[in-house]
Design a protein around this ligand. Structure first.
Ligand code: IPM
Ligand code: MN
Length: 331
């Protein structure tokens, strides 16, 4: 099993070593392949990711990724988008689940949502032009991509509360009707109870009544926005893990970015990266180990060991050490 490890920029360099400390608690047959990508590499070499890097990634089974900084330069294509598209990692899975002991922005801790975000098209088609007086980005919805994202969403729903909410805006954006209708057909075939929500109404309702939702399937940009909203519901973007899943490969990353404002100070919250390792363990068919990691995170939080985004005083290292000690105590 080959695991590419990409720290990237900013706090990626702090949270990925923390995540590896957790992964190393388990004796797994994993060969780690470190890879330098991102803004740091671009500044040194003029390229943030090369064809040779992509070749290496294509030959790995899975990837653990921290974060990269994306400069506002028209010649810079996001490393994340390049990897998601080149490896065809079509499903972005983002669990929004409160951690015991942490209250989010609304105080509601009674919800468990799984955002399943289409990860290859929509407004992220990269087909765009920026002129002096006119700019456009092409928004692509295909039956094939809508079908496969709906299928994986239904598979998750079947293992959970069997309820799928399809997010769209087909009242004004006509392309969304293809997404909506395709998802409806797939849900129907899978016998998954389903409903649909306009994305604006969904944002409102997720804040007011998140407990009403189970699996939420959405086109690319809507899924992006709703998952950040979910970060506020859970308590911090520093708590949200994610998986980008393809046919044979998967890529695990915290939802948060490189956070240049706090980078290098040792205070970044490692929980999102550590819970991304739990998702990696699930993908490797090791649910028991994934559970141990999640419980260790919860125990550390209940011990009051938290980073400053959660109102605590612990450093990245202190929180990681505490999580590791809870894991080791289960052996
Ligand atoms: C995310 C990020 C990325 C996205 C950016 C950095 C390209 O916001 O993973 O949610 O929009 O998908
Ligand atoms: Mn995002």
């Amino acid at each position: 099993m080959k695991l590419a490890v990409i720290e990237g920029d900013g706090v990626g360099r702090e949270v990925i070593p923390a995540a590896l400390q957790v992964l190393d608690c388990f004796d797994l047959p994993i060969e780690k392949i470190p890879l330098e990508l991102g803004l740091g590499k671009w500044e040194k070499t003029g390229q943030a990711i090369t064809d040779a890097d992509l070749e290496i990634l294509k030959n790995c089974d899975c990837i653990l990724f921290g974060a990269v900084t994306t400069p506002a330069d028209p010649n810079y294509k996001s490393v994340l988008l390049t990897i998601r598209q080149e490896l065809d990692l079509y499903a972005n899975i983002r669990p929004l689940k409160p951690i015991k002991g942490i209250k989010g922005a609304t105080g509601n801790t009674d919800f468990d949502i799984l955002v399943v975000r289409e990860n290859t098209e929509g407004l992220y088609s990269s087909i765009e032009e920026v002129g002096e007086n006119e700019a456009w980005s092409k928004r692509i919805i295909t039956r094939r991509a809508s079908e496969r994202i709906a299928q994986i969403a239904c598979e998750y729903a079947a293992k959970r509360a069997n309820h799928l909410t399809i997010v769209h805006k087909s009242n004004v954006i006509k392309a969304d009707s293809l997404f909506l209708n395709t998802c409806r057909d797939v849900a129907h075939t899978h016998n998954v109870i389903h409903d649909a929500m306009l994305v604006d109404a969904m944002a409102y309702d997720m804040v007011r009544s998140p407990e009403k939702y189970d699996v939420v399937v959405a086109p690319n940009l809507y899924g992006d926005i709703l998952s950040d909203l979910g970060g506020a519901l859970v308590g911090s973007l520093g708590l949200l893990p994610s998986a980008n899943i393809g046919e044979k490969q998967a890529f695990f990353e915290p939802v948060h970015g490189s956070a240049p404002d706090i980078a290098g100070r040792g205070v970044a919250n490692p929980i999102a990266a550590i819970l991304s390792v739990a998702m990696l363990l699930d993908w490797l068919n090791r649910p028991e180990q994934a559970r141990i990691v999640r419980e260790a995170v919860e125990k550390s939080v209940l011990d009051g060991i938290m980073t400053s985004d959660l109102g605590g005083k612990a450093s990245t290292l202190e929180l990681t050490d505490s999580i590791v000690s809870h894991i080791v105590s289960t052996f």
